[in-house]
Design a protein around this ligand. Structure first.
Ligand SMILES: Cc1ncc(COP(=O)(O)O)c(C=O)c1O
Length: 376
């Protein structure tokens, strides 16, 4: 089956009524037929039929063998980090969602993990950062918010050679445009609050793995910590996924038109969108993805212009988050990356002139008028 069809039909879930939509099993616990017997469902922290339908759907879309659904993207990442032990070393992209860096620097370091941050596209510096304690590589591609691109296949060869787990945050492209497990990654993680749920109405996280033994280790963490996704929210993400194909195509289509408009605007000094041929990651994106996505970052001529744009946009909302049907504009230096020290932020280009746009499914002409008016 093609990906568009899999998004609509998801898992082969069936139940006696013939319901087309997976029912919401709003039950904490499940009756046992007799001592030592189970229907396969015992307690909702371990298994819930609605959540299982979502987990099977995302595992299918990401070409993995097991999926796990959590109450947020951060909960998913926190569970993954429990696969490691004190003393383990992880190499991560310098440019990552700020909340993930905050997690690594506060909670994971307190628990004895160590981190090296670098541009994971630069394989020489990646190789020189590997130590006998290194256990994993954690990458985003495209990164949030600078849209750096890493060649997943190339990095996965390094990971395999040194027996490291390659973890890819696939939030920005979703499995519709990029399937990291097919390029050699071991674990894929999503903030499903973004493209997968797709409507700016549900907070969720998803993880997919290929190796059954590793999946069992994560299942133990999952049932022990909790943090799993509630049945109603699982259903909302499943419903979102049904239209994933349509939304991704429309958002990417709108995004390239907006990127072209911004790249010639007099107030825009830099543009970061991997769908532009001028982007250094363009060729890699063409090889490893089937679309360039709907995320654009751009730098305007002054912080005053940035602040004017944020107060003048009318259709696009000035709000954190991304990937939903509504276009959102974010100010990374204050919002998503506000916890990163200013000098580090500036060195990465996350300055007070940088704006990040999550392109929605509105009519692109309306979005262009909104941006043109705001950039005056
Ligand atoms: C790339 C990326 N990964 C993970 C997260 C965390 O996800 P959540 O907000 O669902 O906890 C975010 C949130 O913005 C993100 O942008």
């Amino acid at each position: 089956m093609k990906l568009d069809t899999l998004c609509v039909h998801g898992t082969a879930f069936s139940e006696t009524s013939g319901a087309v939509s997976v029912p919401i099993y709003q039950s904490v616990t499940f009756k046992h037929p007799a001592l030592g017997q189970s229907t396969g469902y015992d307690y909702s922290r371990m298994q819930n039929p609605t959540r299982q339908a979502l987990e099977e759907t995302i595992a299918t879309l990401e070409c993995g063998t097991a999926g796990f659904a959590y109450s947020s993207g951060m909960a998913a990442i926190a569970n993954i980090l429990e696969l490691f032990s004190p003393g383990d070393h992880i190499i991560a992209s310098t440019d990552l969602y700020g909340g993930i860096i905050r997690y690594f620097r506060t909670i994971s370091e307190k628990n004895g993990l160590t981190f090296t941050y670098l541009n994971t596209a630069d394989t020489d510096s990646l190789l020189s950062a590997i130590t006998p304690q290194t256990r994993a590589l954690f990458i985003e591609t495209p990164t949030n918010p600078m849209m750096d691109i890493t060649d997943i296949h190339e990095v996965s060869n390094i990971a395999k050679k040194y027996k490291l787990l390659l973890i890819v945050d696939n939030t920005f492209l979703s499995p519709y445009f990029q399937q990291p497990l097919n390029h050699g990654a071991d674990i894929v993680v999503h903030s499903a609050s973004k493209y997968l749920a797709g409507h700016n109405d549900t907070l969720a996280g998803l993880v997919v793995l290929k190796d059954p033994a590793l999946a069992e280790k994560l299942r133990f963490v999952y049932k022990t910590i909790g943090g799993c996704l509630a049945p109603l929210d699982s259903w909302l993400v499943l419903r979102g996924i049904k239209t994933l194909a349509l939304r991704m195509i429309r958002q990417a289509d709108n995004a390239i038109k907006i990127a072209n408009f911004l790249s010639t605007h007099k107030r825009v000094k830099k543009i970061y969108y991997a769908g532009l041929k001028s982007h250094p990651g363009y060729e890699i994106m063409k090889r490893q993805t089937s679309g360039f996505g709907g995320m654009i970052s751009f730098e305007v001529d002054s912080s005053t212009t940035a602040s004017n744009v944020l107060s003048r946009i009318q259709i696009i909302a000035f709000a954190e988050s991304l990937g939903g049907v509504e276009s959102l504009m974010t100010y990374p230096s204050v919002q998503t990356h506000g916890d990163i020290p200013e000098n580090e932020r500036n060195a990465r280009g996350i300055n007070d002139r940088l704006l990040r746009l999550s392109v929605g499914i509105e009519d692109v002409e309306d979005l262009l008028v909104d941006l043109d008016r705001a950039l005056l």
